[in-house]
Design a protein around this ligand. Structure first.
Ligand code: FAD
Ligand code: PYC
Length: 419
Protein backbone atom coordinates (compact mmCIF):
# COMPACT_ATOMS: atom_id res chain seq x y z
CA UNK A 1 0.00 0.00 0.00
CA UNK A 2 1.36 3.43 -0.89
CA UNK A 3 1.75 5.71 2.08
CA UNK A 4 0.28 9.15 1.59
CA UNK A 5 2.32 11.91 3.21
CA UNK A 6 -0.18 14.22 4.84
CA UNK A 7 1.15 16.74 7.36
CA UNK A 8 -0.74 14.93 10.10
CA UNK A 9 0.31 11.35 9.38
CA UNK A 10 1.77 9.20 12.16
CA UNK A 11 4.97 8.66 10.11
CA UNK A 12 5.48 12.38 9.84
CA UNK A 13 5.12 12.70 13.61
CA UNK A 14 7.70 9.96 14.18
CA UNK A 15 10.12 11.44 11.63
CA UNK A 16 9.86 14.88 13.22
CA UNK A 17 10.37 13.45 16.70
CA UNK A 18 13.57 11.72 15.56
CA UNK A 19 14.78 14.73 13.54
CA UNK A 20 14.35 17.20 16.40
CA UNK A 21 11.32 18.75 14.66
CA UNK A 22 13.40 20.37 11.90
CA UNK A 23 10.64 19.91 9.32
CA UNK A 24 7.81 21.79 11.01
CA UNK A 25 6.89 25.23 9.84
CA UNK A 26 6.57 27.30 13.04
CA UNK A 27 3.04 28.52 13.69
CA UNK A 28 4.45 32.04 14.11
CA UNK A 29 7.88 33.54 13.72
CA UNK A 30 9.67 34.60 16.89
CA UNK A 31 10.82 38.19 16.19
CA UNK A 32 13.42 40.56 17.53
CA UNK A 33 11.93 43.89 18.55
CA UNK A 34 12.06 46.79 16.06
CA UNK A 35 12.55 50.14 17.72
CA UNK A 36 9.21 51.68 16.62
CA UNK A 37 5.67 50.36 16.18
CA UNK A 38 2.23 51.93 15.86
CA UNK A 39 1.06 49.92 18.84
CA UNK A 40 2.86 47.85 21.46
CA UNK A 41 0.97 45.44 23.68
CA UNK A 42 2.63 44.38 26.92
CA UNK A 43 1.75 40.81 27.89
CA UNK A 44 1.45 37.78 25.62
CA UNK A 45 -1.45 36.10 27.38
CA UNK A 46 -4.83 35.55 25.76
CA UNK A 47 -5.95 39.18 26.19
CA UNK A 48 -2.75 40.67 24.72
CA UNK A 49 -2.70 38.28 21.77
CA UNK A 50 -6.42 38.69 21.06
CA UNK A 51 -5.94 42.48 21.13
CA UNK A 52 -3.16 42.21 18.54
CA UNK A 53 -5.31 39.98 16.34
CA UNK A 54 -8.35 42.30 16.44
CA UNK A 55 -6.15 45.37 15.83
CA UNK A 56 -4.97 43.75 12.60
CA UNK A 57 -8.21 42.07 11.57
CA UNK A 58 -10.83 44.66 12.58
CA UNK A 59 -8.88 47.94 12.42
CA UNK A 60 -6.26 47.22 9.76
CA UNK A 61 -3.40 48.15 12.15
CA UNK A 62 -0.63 45.62 11.55
CA UNK A 63 2.49 47.46 12.71
CA UNK A 64 1.97 45.97 16.17
CA UNK A 65 4.21 44.11 18.63
CA UNK A 66 3.28 41.89 21.57
CA UNK A 67 6.04 41.92 24.21
CA UNK A 68 6.00 38.85 26.47
CA UNK A 69 8.53 38.42 29.28
CA UNK A 70 8.32 34.61 29.24
CA UNK A 71 6.56 32.53 26.62
CA UNK A 72 3.13 33.25 25.18
CA UNK A 73 0.32 31.73 27.21
CA UNK A 74 2.77 30.98 30.06
CA UNK A 75 0.85 33.17 32.52
CA UNK A 76 -2.72 32.59 33.63
CA UNK A 77 -3.91 31.78 30.12
CA UNK A 78 -1.99 28.49 30.21
CA UNK A 79 -2.75 27.81 33.89
CA UNK A 80 -6.49 28.19 34.11
CA UNK A 81 -9.28 25.64 34.27
CA UNK A 82 -10.89 26.92 31.05
CA UNK A 83 -14.46 27.50 32.19
CA UNK A 84 -16.38 29.68 29.76
CA UNK A 85 -19.79 31.05 30.80
CA UNK A 86 -21.67 34.34 30.89
CA UNK A 87 -23.91 33.95 33.94
CA UNK A 88 -23.01 37.30 35.48
CA UNK A 89 -25.48 39.45 37.38
CA UNK A 90 -25.21 43.04 36.18
CA UNK A 91 -26.33 44.06 32.67
CA UNK A 92 -22.90 45.59 31.92
CA UNK A 93 -21.19 42.28 32.75
CA UNK A 94 -23.78 40.13 31.00
CA UNK A 95 -23.27 42.12 27.78
CA UNK A 96 -19.47 41.79 27.94
CA UNK A 97 -19.30 38.09 28.87
CA UNK A 98 -22.13 37.13 26.52
CA UNK A 99 -20.26 38.78 23.65
CA UNK A 100 -17.26 36.68 24.65
CA UNK A 101 -19.18 33.40 24.65
CA UNK A 102 -20.61 34.29 21.22
CA UNK A 103 -17.12 35.02 19.88
CA UNK A 104 -15.87 31.72 21.35
CA UNK A 105 -18.65 29.91 19.49
CA UNK A 106 -17.06 30.78 16.13
CA UNK A 107 -13.43 31.18 17.22
CA UNK A 108 -12.04 27.92 15.79
CA UNK A 109 -13.40 28.89 12.39
CA UNK A 110 -12.35 32.54 12.73
CA UNK A 111 -8.74 31.61 13.60
CA UNK A 112 -8.67 28.43 11.48
CA UNK A 113 -7.33 26.74 14.63
CA UNK A 114 -9.15 24.18 16.72
CA UNK A 115 -9.55 25.68 20.18
CA UNK A 116 -11.65 22.65 21.23
CA UNK A 117 -14.56 24.72 22.52
CA UNK A 118 -16.97 22.24 24.06
CA UNK A 119 -20.33 23.64 25.13
CA UNK A 120 -20.98 20.84 27.56
CA UNK A 121 -22.91 23.10 29.96
CA UNK A 122 -22.29 24.15 33.52
CA UNK A 123 -24.24 23.63 36.73
CA UNK A 124 -23.90 25.84 39.79
CA UNK A 125 -25.09 23.58 42.52
CA UNK A 126 -27.24 24.72 45.46
CA UNK A 127 -26.94 22.69 48.64
CA UNK A 128 -30.13 23.81 50.39
CA UNK A 129 -33.47 25.41 49.59
CA UNK A 130 -32.62 28.99 50.66
CA UNK A 131 -29.52 28.88 48.47
CA UNK A 132 -31.56 27.63 45.51
CA UNK A 133 -34.14 30.39 46.04
CA UNK A 134 -31.42 33.07 46.12
CA UNK A 135 -29.94 31.59 42.96
CA UNK A 136 -33.36 31.59 41.28
CA UNK A 137 -33.70 35.32 41.98
CA UNK A 138 -30.26 35.93 40.44
CA UNK A 139 -31.25 33.77 37.46
CA UNK A 140 -34.36 35.91 36.86
CA UNK A 141 -32.17 39.03 36.72
CA UNK A 142 -29.75 37.28 34.36
CA UNK A 143 -32.58 36.24 32.05
CA UNK A 144 -33.78 39.85 31.88
CA UNK A 145 -30.24 40.66 30.71
CA UNK A 146 -30.51 38.01 27.98
CA UNK A 147 -28.34 35.31 29.56
CA UNK A 148 -29.51 31.72 28.88
CA UNK A 149 -29.86 30.43 32.40
CA UNK A 150 -32.29 27.91 33.90
CA UNK A 151 -33.11 26.75 37.40
CA UNK A 152 -33.20 22.96 37.60
CA UNK A 153 -34.36 20.78 40.46
CA UNK A 154 -32.46 18.09 42.32
CA UNK A 155 -33.67 15.24 40.07
CA UNK A 156 -32.64 17.06 36.91
CA UNK A 157 -29.21 17.90 38.39
CA UNK A 158 -28.66 14.26 39.35
CA UNK A 159 -29.85 13.09 35.94
CA UNK A 160 -27.36 15.38 34.22
CA UNK A 161 -24.44 14.35 36.44
CA UNK A 162 -25.17 10.79 37.68
CA UNK A 163 -21.97 10.48 39.72
CA UNK A 164 -23.15 13.15 42.18
CA UNK A 165 -24.02 11.65 45.55
CA UNK A 166 -27.87 11.60 45.76
CA UNK A 167 -27.95 11.16 49.54
CA UNK A 168 -29.81 13.95 51.39
CA UNK A 169 -27.57 13.20 54.41
CA UNK A 170 -24.36 14.13 52.58
CA UNK A 171 -22.32 17.04 53.99
CA UNK A 172 -23.09 18.97 50.74
CA UNK A 173 -26.42 17.56 49.50
CA UNK A 174 -27.65 18.36 46.00
CA UNK A 175 -30.75 20.53 46.18
CA UNK A 176 -30.90 21.92 42.64
CA UNK A 177 -28.78 24.04 40.35
CA UNK A 178 -28.51 26.86 37.87
CA UNK A 179 -27.79 25.50 34.41
CA UNK A 180 -26.17 27.40 31.56
CA UNK A 181 -26.26 25.14 28.51
CA UNK A 182 -24.03 27.38 26.35
CA UNK A 183 -21.26 27.31 28.98
CA UNK A 184 -18.32 24.93 28.63
CA UNK A 185 -14.58 24.64 28.27
CA UNK A 186 -11.90 25.19 25.61
CA UNK A 187 -8.26 24.24 25.25
CA UNK A 188 -6.38 27.14 26.88
CA UNK A 189 -3.04 26.85 25.02
CA UNK A 190 -4.88 26.62 21.73
CA UNK A 191 -6.62 29.94 22.41
CA UNK A 192 -3.21 31.62 22.90
CA UNK A 193 -1.59 29.81 19.98
CA UNK A 194 -4.56 30.37 17.66
CA UNK A 195 -4.60 34.13 18.28
CA UNK A 196 -0.78 34.31 18.04
CA UNK A 197 -0.69 32.49 14.72
CA UNK A 198 -3.55 34.50 13.24
CA UNK A 199 -2.05 37.82 14.42
CA UNK A 200 1.45 36.91 13.17
CA UNK A 201 0.06 35.93 9.77
CA UNK A 202 -1.23 39.52 9.48
CA UNK A 203 2.18 40.99 10.30
CA UNK A 204 2.08 41.35 14.09
CA UNK A 205 5.45 40.74 15.81
CA UNK A 206 5.23 38.23 18.67
CA UNK A 207 8.31 38.81 20.83
CA UNK A 208 8.95 36.32 23.63
CA UNK A 209 11.59 36.68 26.33
CA UNK A 210 11.08 40.47 26.26
CA UNK A 211 10.35 41.94 29.68
CA UNK A 212 9.13 45.51 30.10
CA UNK A 213 11.21 47.12 32.84
CA UNK A 214 10.18 50.76 32.62
CA UNK A 215 8.23 53.44 30.75
CA UNK A 216 9.69 56.55 29.09
CA UNK A 217 7.33 59.50 29.27
CA UNK A 218 7.13 62.95 27.76
CA UNK A 219 4.75 65.34 29.54
CA UNK A 220 2.74 62.45 31.01
CA UNK A 221 2.54 60.66 27.68
CA UNK A 222 4.11 57.21 27.38
CA UNK A 223 6.39 57.25 24.35
CA UNK A 224 8.51 54.12 24.84
CA UNK A 225 9.05 51.10 27.03
CA UNK A 226 12.44 49.99 28.31
CA UNK A 227 12.91 46.24 28.00
CA UNK A 228 15.67 43.72 28.59
CA UNK A 229 16.07 43.80 24.78
CA UNK A 230 16.29 47.56 24.37
CA UNK A 231 13.90 50.46 24.09
CA UNK A 232 10.74 50.04 22.01
CA UNK A 233 8.79 53.12 20.93
CA UNK A 234 5.15 53.30 19.81
CA UNK A 235 2.25 55.72 19.36
CA UNK A 236 0.10 53.78 21.85
CA UNK A 237 0.60 51.02 24.39
CA UNK A 238 -1.76 48.37 25.76
CA UNK A 239 -1.18 46.74 29.15
CA UNK A 240 -2.54 43.20 29.55
CA UNK A 241 -0.33 41.59 32.19
CA UNK A 242 -2.95 40.13 34.59
CA UNK A 243 -1.37 39.45 38.05
CA UNK A 244 1.51 41.86 37.30
CA UNK A 245 -0.71 44.86 36.53
CA UNK A 246 0.06 46.76 39.74
CA UNK A 247 3.80 46.12 39.30
CA UNK A 248 3.74 47.62 35.81
CA UNK A 249 1.49 50.48 36.92
CA UNK A 250 4.04 51.18 39.68
CA UNK A 251 6.82 51.33 37.07
CA UNK A 252 4.74 53.85 35.11
CA UNK A 253 4.12 55.91 38.26
CA UNK A 254 0.45 55.34 39.08
CA UNK A 255 -1.57 52.99 41.29
CA UNK A 256 -4.33 50.57 40.42
CA UNK A 257 -6.91 49.31 42.94
CA UNK A 258 -5.81 45.72 42.40
CA UNK A 259 -4.51 43.03 44.72
CA UNK A 260 -2.57 40.00 43.46
CA UNK A 261 -3.38 36.54 44.81
CA UNK A 262 -2.52 32.96 43.98
CA UNK A 263 -5.28 30.85 42.51
CA UNK A 264 -4.49 27.20 42.20
CA UNK A 265 -5.86 24.25 40.31
CA UNK A 266 -5.13 20.55 40.11
CA UNK A 267 -5.77 17.42 38.04
CA UNK A 268 -6.33 13.77 38.89
CA UNK A 269 -4.98 10.82 36.98
CA UNK A 270 -6.87 10.34 33.69
CA UNK A 271 -9.98 8.14 33.69
CA UNK A 272 -12.57 7.16 31.09
CA UNK A 273 -15.20 9.82 30.28
CA UNK A 274 -17.41 10.02 33.38
CA UNK A 275 -18.38 13.68 33.86
CA UNK A 276 -20.80 15.30 31.45
CA UNK A 277 -20.36 18.94 32.29
CA UNK A 278 -18.75 21.53 34.56
CA UNK A 279 -20.08 21.53 38.14
CA UNK A 280 -19.45 24.31 40.63
CA UNK A 281 -20.52 24.35 44.25
CA UNK A 282 -21.23 28.00 45.00
CA UNK A 283 -21.14 27.60 48.80
CA UNK A 284 -17.73 25.94 48.88
CA UNK A 285 -16.23 27.54 45.74
CA UNK A 286 -14.98 24.14 44.52
CA UNK A 287 -15.56 23.02 40.95
CA UNK A 288 -14.80 20.09 38.69
CA UNK A 289 -14.87 19.08 35.04
CA UNK A 290 -13.15 16.44 32.95
CA UNK A 291 -10.53 17.26 30.32
CA UNK A 292 -10.48 15.56 26.93
CA UNK A 293 -7.44 13.62 28.22
CA UNK A 294 -9.62 12.19 30.98
CA UNK A 295 -8.13 14.06 33.95
CA UNK A 296 -10.51 15.56 36.48
CA UNK A 297 -9.76 19.28 36.52
CA UNK A 298 -10.45 20.85 39.91
CA UNK A 299 -10.13 24.21 41.57
CA UNK A 300 -11.67 26.40 44.21
CA UNK A 301 -11.21 29.44 46.35
CA UNK A 302 -8.35 31.91 46.30
CA UNK A 303 -5.55 31.80 48.80
CA UNK A 304 -6.37 35.17 50.43
CA UNK A 305 -2.77 36.00 51.38
CA UNK A 306 -1.63 38.49 48.72
CA UNK A 307 1.19 36.90 46.72
CA UNK A 308 2.99 36.76 43.37
CA UNK A 309 3.90 33.08 43.78
CA UNK A 310 2.85 30.97 40.81
CA UNK A 311 2.45 27.85 42.90
CA UNK A 312 -0.12 26.26 45.13
CA UNK A 313 -0.02 24.84 48.62
CA UNK A 314 -1.49 21.87 50.42
CA UNK A 315 -3.95 23.86 52.58
CA UNK A 316 -5.87 25.09 49.54
CA UNK A 317 -5.57 21.76 47.73
CA UNK A 318 -7.25 20.10 50.67
CA UNK A 319 -9.98 22.75 50.94
CA UNK A 320 -10.79 22.32 47.23
CA UNK A 321 -10.86 18.54 47.23
CA UNK A 322 -12.70 17.88 50.50
CA UNK A 323 -16.12 19.22 49.35
CA UNK A 324 -15.70 17.67 45.89
CA UNK A 325 -15.24 14.24 47.47
CA UNK A 326 -18.37 14.79 49.56
CA UNK A 327 -20.25 15.51 46.34
CA UNK A 328 -18.54 12.79 44.24
CA UNK A 329 -17.46 10.08 46.77
CA UNK A 330 -16.58 7.68 43.93
CA UNK A 331 -13.50 9.82 43.11
CA UNK A 332 -11.93 9.23 46.51
CA UNK A 333 -9.55 6.51 45.25
CA UNK A 334 -8.14 8.58 42.37
CA UNK A 335 -4.58 9.87 42.53
CA UNK A 336 -3.86 13.59 42.36
CA UNK A 337 -1.29 14.06 39.58
CA UNK A 338 -0.42 17.75 39.53
CA UNK A 339 -1.30 21.05 41.13
CA UNK A 340 -0.16 24.53 40.13
CA UNK A 341 -0.91 28.19 40.73
CA UNK A 342 -1.30 31.41 38.81
CA UNK A 343 -1.21 35.04 39.94
CA UNK A 344 -4.53 36.80 39.46
CA UNK A 345 -5.36 40.48 39.98
CA UNK A 346 -8.55 41.09 41.95
CA UNK A 347 -10.39 44.41 41.81
CA UNK A 348 -12.66 45.72 44.59
CA UNK A 349 -15.88 44.89 42.68
CA UNK A 350 -14.69 41.67 41.02
CA UNK A 351 -15.01 43.26 37.59
CA UNK A 352 -12.23 44.06 35.13
CA UNK A 353 -10.59 47.40 34.48
CA UNK A 354 -10.68 48.33 30.78
CA UNK A 355 -9.91 51.80 29.53
CA UNK A 356 -7.35 54.60 29.35
CA UNK A 357 -4.70 54.71 32.09
CA UNK A 358 -4.00 57.96 33.97
CA UNK A 359 -1.15 58.52 31.45
CA UNK A 360 -1.71 59.47 27.81
CA UNK A 361 -1.01 56.79 25.26
CA UNK A 362 -1.46 53.87 27.69
CA UNK A 363 -4.59 51.68 27.84
CA UNK A 364 -5.51 49.04 30.42
CA UNK A 365 -6.98 45.55 30.28
CA UNK A 366 -6.64 43.98 33.75
CA UNK A 367 -8.45 43.05 36.95
CA UNK A 368 -10.13 39.96 35.51
CA UNK A 369 -9.48 38.17 38.78
CA UNK A 370 -10.30 34.49 38.67
CA UNK A 371 -12.45 34.76 35.55
CA UNK A 372 -10.69 36.29 32.56
CA UNK A 373 -10.16 33.24 30.36
CA UNK A 374 -13.80 33.26 29.31
CA UNK A 375 -13.43 36.97 28.49
CA UNK A 376 -10.42 36.76 26.16
CA UNK A 377 -12.23 37.39 22.84
CA UNK A 378 -14.28 40.26 24.30
CA UNK A 379 -11.35 41.73 26.28
CA UNK A 380 -9.21 41.69 23.12
CA UNK A 381 -11.99 43.32 21.12
CA UNK A 382 -12.38 46.10 23.74
CA UNK A 383 -8.65 46.87 24.09
CA UNK A 384 -8.16 46.83 20.30
CA UNK A 385 -11.02 49.33 19.95
CA UNK A 386 -9.46 51.61 22.59
CA UNK A 387 -5.99 51.43 21.04
CA UNK A 388 -7.26 51.98 17.50
CA UNK A 389 -9.69 54.82 18.21
CA UNK A 390 -8.56 56.28 21.54
CA UNK A 391 -12.18 55.89 22.71
CA UNK A 392 -14.16 53.33 24.66
CA UNK A 393 -16.27 50.70 22.92
CA UNK A 394 -19.76 51.14 24.42
CA UNK A 395 -19.38 47.79 26.24
CA UNK A 396 -16.09 48.77 27.95
CA UNK A 397 -17.25 52.18 29.19
CA UNK A 398 -18.65 50.87 32.54
CA UNK A 399 -15.32 49.17 33.29
CA UNK A 400 -13.17 52.33 33.21
CA UNK A 401 -11.00 52.60 36.38
CA UNK A 402 -12.61 55.97 37.19
CA UNK A 403 -15.75 54.07 38.25
CA UNK A 404 -14.11 53.57 41.66
CA UNK A 405 -13.83 57.33 42.24
CA UNK A 406 -17.41 57.83 41.02
CA UNK A 407 -18.81 55.00 43.13
CA UNK A 408 -20.23 53.31 40.02
CA UNK A 409 -19.14 49.78 40.90
CA UNK A 410 -20.15 46.73 38.87
CA UNK A 411 -20.19 44.49 41.91
CA UNK A 412 -20.08 40.90 40.75
CA UNK A 413 -18.56 39.71 44.05
CA UNK A 414 -21.70 40.06 46.08
CA UNK A 415 -24.43 39.95 43.49
CA UNK A 416 -23.11 37.52 40.93
CA UNK A 417 -21.16 34.33 40.55
CA UNK A 418 -17.72 35.86 40.18
CA UNK A 419 -16.38 32.59 41.57
P1 FAD B 1 -2.01 36.17 31.37
O1 FAD B 1 -2.38 34.98 30.60
O2 FAD B 1 -1.50 35.99 32.75
O3 FAD B 1 -0.96 36.96 30.49
C1 FAD B 1 -0.22 38.06 30.98
C2 FAD B 1 1.17 37.94 30.44
O4 FAD B 1 1.90 39.10 30.78
C3 FAD B 1 1.93 36.76 31.05
O5 FAD B 1 2.24 35.83 30.03
C4 FAD B 1 3.16 37.39 31.68
O6 FAD B 1 4.33 36.62 31.53
C5 FAD B 1 3.25 38.72 30.92
N1 FAD B 1 3.98 39.77 31.64
C6 FAD B 1 3.89 40.09 32.95
N2 FAD B 1 4.73 41.09 33.25
C7 FAD B 1 5.37 41.41 32.10
C8 FAD B 1 6.38 42.35 31.75
N3 FAD B 1 6.92 43.17 32.68
N4 FAD B 1 6.80 42.42 30.47
C9 FAD B 1 6.28 41.60 29.52
N5 FAD B 1 5.35 40.66 29.79
C10 FAD B 1 4.90 40.58 31.06
N6 FAD B 1 -10.79 32.25 34.07
C11 FAD B 1 -11.92 31.75 33.51
O7 FAD B 1 -12.63 32.47 32.80
N7 FAD B 1 -12.30 30.45 33.71
C12 FAD B 1 -11.58 29.61 34.50
O8 FAD B 1 -11.93 28.44 34.65
C13 FAD B 1 -10.41 30.12 35.13
N8 FAD B 1 -9.69 29.32 35.94
C14 FAD B 1 -8.53 29.78 36.48
C15 FAD B 1 -7.75 28.90 37.23
C16 FAD B 1 -6.51 29.30 37.70
C17 FAD B 1 -5.69 28.33 38.50
C18 FAD B 1 -6.03 30.61 37.41
C19 FAD B 1 -4.69 31.05 37.90
C20 FAD B 1 -6.82 31.51 36.69
C21 FAD B 1 -8.07 31.10 36.21
N9 FAD B 1 -8.87 31.94 35.44
C22 FAD B 1 -10.03 31.47 34.87
C23 FAD B 1 -8.48 33.33 35.21
C24 FAD B 1 -7.81 33.50 33.83
O9 FAD B 1 -6.82 32.52 33.66
C25 FAD B 1 -7.19 34.89 33.68
O10 FAD B 1 -8.11 35.89 34.06
C26 FAD B 1 -6.79 35.14 32.24
O11 FAD B 1 -6.03 34.08 31.73
C27 FAD B 1 -6.02 36.43 32.11
O12 FAD B 1 -5.49 36.51 30.82
P2 FAD B 1 -4.40 37.60 30.50
O13 FAD B 1 -4.05 37.48 29.08
O14 FAD B 1 -4.89 38.91 31.01
O15 FAD B 1 -3.20 37.23 31.48
O1 PYC C 1 -14.68 32.20 36.07
O2 PYC C 1 -15.93 30.43 35.89
C1 PYC C 1 -14.93 31.02 36.31
C2 PYC C 1 -13.95 30.28 37.07
C3 PYC C 1 -14.09 29.03 37.53
C4 PYC C 1 -12.93 28.75 38.15
C5 PYC C 1 -12.09 29.79 38.08
N1 PYC C 1 -12.75 30.74 37.40
Amino acid sequence: MRFRHTPYSGWRLLREALADQQGWTPAWEDRDPSNKYDIVIIGGGGHGLATAYYLARSHGIENVAVLEKGWIGGGNTGRNTTIIRSNYFHPQSAALYDLSVSLYESLSKELNYNIMFSQRGMMEIAHDQPELEAMARAANAMRINGVDIEVIDREEALRREPLLDPSPRSRWPICGALLQRRAGTARHDAVAWGYARAAASRGVHIIQGCEVLGFRQDHRRVIAVQTNRGEVRAERFGLAVAGNSSVLAGLAGFELPLQSYTLQAMVSEPVKPCLNMVSLSTSTGSYISQSDKGELVMGGNLDRSPSYAQRGGFRITQSVIAPLLEMFPCFSTLKLMRQWGGTIDASPDNSPIIGPAPLDGLYLNCGWGTGGFKAIPAGGTMLAHLLATGRHHPLSEPFDYRRFARGELVDEGHAGVAH
